[in-house]
Design a protein around this ligand. Sequence first.
Ligand code: GDP
Ligand code: IMO
Ligand code: MG
Length: 423
Amino acid sequence: MKKIDILLGLQWGDEGKGKIVDALTPDYDLITRFQGGPNAGHTLEFENKKYVLHTVPSGIFRDDTLNIIGNGVVIDPSVFIDEIKELNLTEDVLIKRIVISTKAHLILPTHRLLDAAYEQAKGKSKIGSTLKGIGPAYTDKTSRNGLRVGDILESNFRELYEVHKKRHLDLLAGYPGTNDLEQIEQQWFEGIEMLKKFSIVNTEYLINNKIKENKTILAEGAQGTMLDLDFGSYPFVTSSNTISAGACSGLGISPGAVGRIFGIFKAYCTRVGSGPFPTELHDDTGSNLRDRGHEYGATTGRPRRCGWIDLPALKYSCMINGVTSLIMTKADVLSGFEKLNICTAYRIKNSITEELPYNIAADIDPVYIQMDGWKEDISDIRDYDELPQALRNYISYIENETGIPVDIISVGPDRSETIVRQK
Ligand code: GDP
Ligand code: IMO
Ligand code: MG
């Protein structure tokens, strides 16, 4: 029996998951999303075109691949309808390639209003949410107040919706601001009609049957381990489990069904939104990384905070996820830096530790080692042995520290700009 592979982010999101899932899709029959929702922005580039996916799995552009939106995902029909319009695929093709779980929860227009109201009330300590309604939708799920995709097929769906809306409006009454719902509601209901055209099934059966049929399956994570609800830099996290364990609950598969776990990381670090970031650079090097790496959010357009690679955080993520294979992206962005810093430990109140503290917001000074950089443009290289020696040293250092091989190196945003060392 084939096992399900998982690909997930090891940092604060935006590691390049979409690009790599798209590049790996020819090896898989099914691509599945297991958590998150329209807060995700996964960028794919090929044939000089660029696409950004939010809810749709990154296998969508390959023929013969089934894309499953699992029960752990939260869906906003009004974002979904816009997203699929941008894909330049016919409705027939989309309907053939996408299947949605009955048990995925819906993001209501009022969830978005609540997200904005809660963020505003937090003032300076705001999370920096994407304001897509993620937190309020997952809150309703865990407090057993949610509406699910399966509910849209019920004849009393509109009534159910009104009950939830009223409850949300009562909550919103405690916050300042006007709630102009009419327009967003209209697009939301158009989205509901669009969702009804897709196969809405108990995807846990579908996925487990595909496993029995020996089909190959890749689970695509959203966000990153440092944004995980339990293990990220709480409270500056998202509201779902982004880690490998989340694939089991977010798809309905047993831990024994999991095969390889691909952990993806940038050759440096970025973070968008608030919260601690020990290796953040506030100087020219930080702005250089942002400019060269085009580090602006794929969902919100916000500038991403940039810094050096953080090994204590990376090792922590490998441990929590049980990573078996590493994927390094954006190595090309580091070309031209004379020296590169690698954070190997943290100094906290005069003691040195490699362990992430409970309160990562505490005063942390990164301890760095320095390595030589390389000057060459590497974006045309497809053979590992042709990479500059300094880059290979950088990669070896990370492999030795984590004890995990870097099997794929991405050297540009296009799907072809990928070096696969180990299949
Ligand atoms: P995701 O959320 O993990 O899918 O990542 P995003 O799409 O939000 O952000 C990654 C950005 O880096 C996108 O603009 C990608 O097109 C781009 N990208 C991915 N891999 C590489 C790479 O190896 N080099 C460069 N220069 N850009 C990359
Ligand atoms: P992908 O899948 C980067 C961040 C937000 C904010 C925090 C909570 O593209 O890697 P939320 O909207 O979930 O309430 O926001 O998490 N965040 C992301 N950062 N990439 C993402 O997704 C993110 N999804 C959420 O910026 O700090
Ligand atoms: Mg992204």
